[in-house]
Design a protein around this ligand. Structure first.
Ligand code: ATP
Length: 202
């Protein structure tokens, strides 16, 4: 599977619908200061499920919505769609029944975020797991922001291991382990409650 196009509407400085065509191989974005290079990368992270406003350089998630300019009023929603070419049918199980995938995330003021995969409503978890299982996602080391290379060189071994784990495609397993641990904890609590009830009955 291969990212082929990113479309931004009302996202940060991209008030009008804007397409970024993504070719084969490495894609670099160059341009003058303040033209929106980082906003593009943030849009890509955001559609893949980024949920930390700080990672979007904002105080709240609604800060990604176009805030208005001297000549344009603010928008009420922001939308990013990511088109994925799946002709090789390598998308993770559950998403592998078509040659093309379109993931859409929209945030509306006072309403929050909603996701769609190929037009169908989806949960944030399903979208993040889709990308994690495909060895990518909002935290993928394949998305290199300014200053990241020097950060990586100076990083502690534990943080560098995380990069290798992401590249190896096991990031999704961490999420699943976390969910399994929560379920186990709940089951333990239920068992203790059953023991208490049995003790009272005997
Ligand atoms: P540099 O090379 O200096 O890092 P850049 O090309 O990466 O710049 P960005 O940081 O992506 O540029 O874009 C900054 C621009 O986006 C600023 O002009 C800022 O006002 C605008 N911007 C950010 N958030 C919003 C928003 N919610 N609404 C409107 N414009 C926004």
């Amino acid at each position: 599977m291969r990212f082929s196009k990113l479309r931004l509407t009302g996202f940060k400085s991209f008030v009008d619908p804007t397409d970024l065509l993504i070719g084969d191989g490495l894609t670099g974005v160059v341009g003058p200061n303040g033209c929106g290079k980082s906003n593009l990368l943030e849009a890509l992270r955001w559609v893949m499920g980024e949920n930390r406003p700080t990672a979007m350089r904002g105080g709240g998630m609604e800060d990604v919505i176009f805030a208005g300019a001297s000549t344009r009023p603010a928008r009420n929603f922001a939308e990013v769609s990511l088109h994925i070419d799946n002709a090789d049918r390598l998308a993770p199980t559950g998403f592998n029944d078509s040659d093309h995938l379109e993931i859409v995330r929209r945030i509306t003021r006072d309403v929050g975020s909603a996701y769609k995969v190929n037009g169908r409503d989806s949960r944030a978890r399903d979208v993040t797991m889709l990308f994690a299982d495909a060895s990518t996602g909002a935290h993928s080391p394949a998305l290199v922001r300014q200053g990241q290379i020097s950060e990586l060189i100076n990083a502690k071994p534990k943080n560098r291991r995380r990069v290798l784990e992401d590249a190896a495609g096991i990031a999704g397993l961490y999420q699943r382990r976390h969910e399994a641990e929560l379920k186990l904890k709940n089951t333990d609590a239920n068992l203790t409650r059953v023991d208490d009830v049995l003790e009272q009955l005997t």
